[in-house]
Design a protein around this ligand. Structure first.
Ligand code: FAD
Ligand code: DLZ
Ligand code: SF4
Length: 515
């Protein structure tokens, strides 16, 4: 190839034709670089379906760019000279093309941002790192919102974003007179034989090739890719979003906190992988949901709940990630250090809630929010699992996991390892919560009504033991006052029963015995 003007580096989660690195691009003179590299697939051992999703979507996106007239230097994982890393691939491309400058949209992970920031001096070529305009809140806006506040509560950030985006607003006021309808979203669910089917996308030649590659190169990674059926193009992702808005959004909020063993998705959108890769635009998706409300096809509580997750939680955790990294990743306020048990990779445990959630995860590279928060996350916190190891596990197993969104959800929201920067109280719960919100306990080897002893639900003793162990940090938390008052009202015998049951359970865990 001849000397190019700009070398535009597009990462695997930048797959939008409106990505800022393409702004002002000249297909005649600029070259796009995309590469599949082993370092990215193995720095944690990503689930096979996740790697297939990323590689197949990257290959489709490269083809779309070529159709638009771009020269694309696409490096496949099995290309003979593939160096295996972003920096190595940039080095090879720069040697060959001698670009005047390199253009890249800011990466979504601290680790990659560190690499990018070394490129200019390393290669002696100007590197233009552009803001990622797919997010609705820039770093500057988040900083301006956060600076000077004593607590960074998501709900206030969300209101700021509602006003800024004008979504579900009537002048200065929220449509319906309330900002948040969350209290209407806590119903358990029943199996629904008539729940509409999900779109499942057929494997085309590109995806098939990638599946073979991933199955052979990453055979030891979690799951199988053989039954892969995700969307891998913007157009298919838009179809998936259309079906969600038509068939599932109307019931989204009602069952948002519910869990069912034979219904892994309930009314969740399963759109996070597409949003995070760039195949779907978050603002357009919110506008489509808002339209469903204004046209009368979805109720306000459902649409508000859905929009809140995207312009509220999604933007908020990204803002917090960049504000608090890199030391945030190592927060560990409870000094928890237990390694993750093997069943996090096999799903083999007698605890039905965990085995169902883990099996869903292994099969689908997906589990919905309440499974992640109140089953695996809750268990990990109560059992004192190492939060950093847990973060790596979440990053590994979910198709939508990129550090900017995964890490604050794990370290902050789910483990409270940051001592409450993200949430006002730990999401800890006994078996009663899981029993109320799911059908997992029916048929579990453990008895959710039993408080202590070997046949009692382990969540019960672990819950009280956790509060007891961390009373110094937590007993002054206003939102835990009632739990601590209950704990104090118990007889010493009862408290000791909980402590003993928890200790026996944790010892079995440490010895690698079945639980
Ligand atoms: P829906 O329930 O349909 O929600 C709609 C959209 O809202 C999601 O697609 C997502 O983009 C956004 N959203 C909802 N909740 C959150 C949240 N807490 N933070 C950020 N965005 C949110 N989400 C990821 O995208 N990647 C992750 O790696 C990830 N890891 C998580 C780890 C833990 C421990 C927890 C508790 C949550 C995590 N989440 C993560 C947030 C949330 O669980 C997922 O976004 C959601 O389950 C994705 O499924 P869905 O598309 O069906 O979501
Ligand atoms: C997660 C991932 C994987 C498995 N493979 C690649 C890859 O080969 N090429 C690529 O460009 N991106 C990949 N990614 C995403 C990156 O690891 C990383 O998460 C993002 O670029 C965010 O910085
Ligand atoms: Fe989970 Fe306990 Fe219910 Fe079993 S009884 S499914 S361990 S909450």
């Amino acid at each position: 190839m001849n000397r190019c003007r700009r070398l535009i580096f597009i990462f695997g989660d930048h797959l939008s034709h409106r990505i800022s690195s393409l702004d002002g691009a000249d297909p005649q003179r600029d070259v796009v670089l995309m590469c599949e590299v082993v370092e990215e697939a193995t720095y944690v051992r990503h689930h096979k379906k996740k790697i297939v999703l990323i590689f197949s979507a990257m290959r489709h996106f490269a083809d779309e760019l070529r159709i638009r007239g771009f020269s694309v230097r696409y490096v496949r994982l099995d290309d003979a000279d593939n160096s295996g890393s972003f920096t190595g691939e940039l080095s090879r491309a720069a040697d060959m093309l001698s670009p005047d400058c390199v253009v890249v949209t800011e990466p979504g992970e601290w680790r990659v941002r560190q690499a990018v920031s070394s490129w200019q001096s390393m290669f002696g070529v100007p590197v233009d790192v552009r803001p990622d305009a797919r997010f609705l809140c820039s770093h500057e806006e988040f900083t301006a919102w956060a600076d000077g506040r004593r607590t960074l509560t998501m709900e206030f950030f969300y209101r700021h974003m509602r006003r800024r985006t004008n979504l579900l607003m009537q002048g200065d006021d929220p449509v319906g007179g309330r900002w948040n309808f969350d209290s209407e979203n806590r119903a358990p669910a029943k199996s629904d034989l008539f729940r509409p089917a999900r779109l499942q996308f057929k494997q085309d030649t590109i995806t098939r090739e990638v599946i073979d590659l991933v199955e052979s190169r990453f055979s030891g990674h979690m799951g199988t890719a053989e039954d892969f059926n995700f969307a891998v193009t913007c157009s298919d992702a838009q179809d998936a979003a259309g079906v969600f808005i038509r068939d599932f959004l109307p019931l989204f909020s009602k069952t948002q906190d519910a869990m069912l063993k034979d219904d892994a998705l309930l009314n969740h959108s399963v759109l996070s992988p597409y949003l995070n890769l760039g195949l779907l635009d978050p603002f357009e998706l919110c506008k489509a949901a808002e339209r469903a409300y204004s046209e009368g096809s979805a109720p306000l509580n459902a649409v508000e709940g859905f929009i809140r997750q995207i312009i509220g939680w999604r933007e908020y955790v990204r803002g917090m990630y960049w504000r608090l990294m890199p030391e945030y990743a190592h927060r560990n306020v409870f000094k928890a250090s237990r390694p993750l048990p093997d069943f996090f990779w096999t799903g083999k445990t007698d605890m039905a809630c965990l085995s169902t959630t883990l099996k869903d995860t292994i099969d689908n590279a997906y589990a919905h929010h309440i499974q992640r928060l109140m089953v695996t996350g809750n268990f990990a916190m109560l059992a004192g699992l190492d939060p950093f190891a847990l973060h790596e596990w979440y990053l590994e197993v979910y198709a939508d996991a990129f550090e900017w969104v995964e890490l604050p959800n794990v370290i902050g929201m789910s483990q409270f390892a940051d001592g409450g920067l993200l949430g006002s109280k730990p999401y800890c719960a006994s078996g009663a919560y899981i029993s109320r919100m799911s059908d997992y306990c029916e048929g579990c080897k453990y008895d959710v009504r039993k408080k202590a002893g070997t046949s009692a639900c382990p969540f019960n003793s672990l819950f009280w033991d956790f509060l007891d162990r961390h009373a110094e940090q937590l007993s002054t938390n206003r939102r835990l006052h009632q739990s601590y008052a209950t704990w104090r009202r118990m007889t010493e015998d009862r408290r000791n029963g909980y402590r003993q049951s928890a200790s026996t359970f944790l010892q079995r865990l440490d010895e690698g015995l079945g639980v």
